[in-house]
Write a protein that binds this ligand. Sequence first.
Ligand SMILES: [Cu+2]
Length: 297
Amino acid sequence: MTLSVRRIAPSRALMLRAMVAGSLVLGASSADAQAAAKPSPRVVAPSRAIVAAANVVNIVTTDYAFDMPTSIPAGLTTMRLSNKGKELHHVYLVKVEAGRSSKDVIAWLKAGGPPPKWMRPVGGPNASAGVTEFTSTLAAGSYVAFCVIPSPDGVPHVMKGMLKDVQVTPSTTAPAAPPKADVTLTLKDYDFVFSKPLSPGKHVIAVTNAGPQPHEFFFAKLAPGKTPADMAAFAEKPAGAPPGMPMGGITDILPGDTVYLTVTVPAGEYAFICFDPDAKDGKPHLAHGMIKQISVK
Ligand SMILES: [Cu+2]
């Protein structure tokens, strides 16, 4: 099983807070961009100039739709997710066998049962109050993007029409080099392991699934005095003031896969959580310990 039905179900209060906090995150990003724009004394090696950059795909989510291109060239791709909806949204991206489409995904979801063999989760940007910047290499083929976050009524957004067919077309340009990550996050059964402590500021995090099960992660900046358990409880049943601010993450990737997340993290305490249902007992991975408090300082 790779698909979780228990996701963040945001309350109106969470969203109000998220919108306010989101502007702070964006503020930090633009300050960071200004810093990056300062002249650098470093000389850029000529070879760097001819290396192709990632193709940037902007995705805007609303309640309940994706505004994104339906055709993307294969290769290194940055999906930049921003949300204009009242609820939180993410991109759960699957590569499907030729001839399969969103219709088959809906048919499977209605019928229930384990994820079909003809679809393969490849990861995507997870829900945040600001912008989630996710980078991976896409192979040519047919894909379906959908959102499995439930509304407060418990119905996942995909069942409200939040899914889209995307074709990744063969590319003729030279492949771009993967982003240079400054830190690695390894997803395990059942743990989050960073290669080094996270410092405040901008990071490119290489996220690798060391398996054996599929994993995702969602992370949130905790409100003062709140714990990852508070965040998980809120995710299960939103009530009262939200215990943290959604910061993004990645949706399911399979064992052996590596994807990249570009994030700007202010100093503070963070909750990292995997909600994926366990292959053995169906409990969310957080119940097996895949929930962790990370200090950024
Ligand atoms: Cu959604």
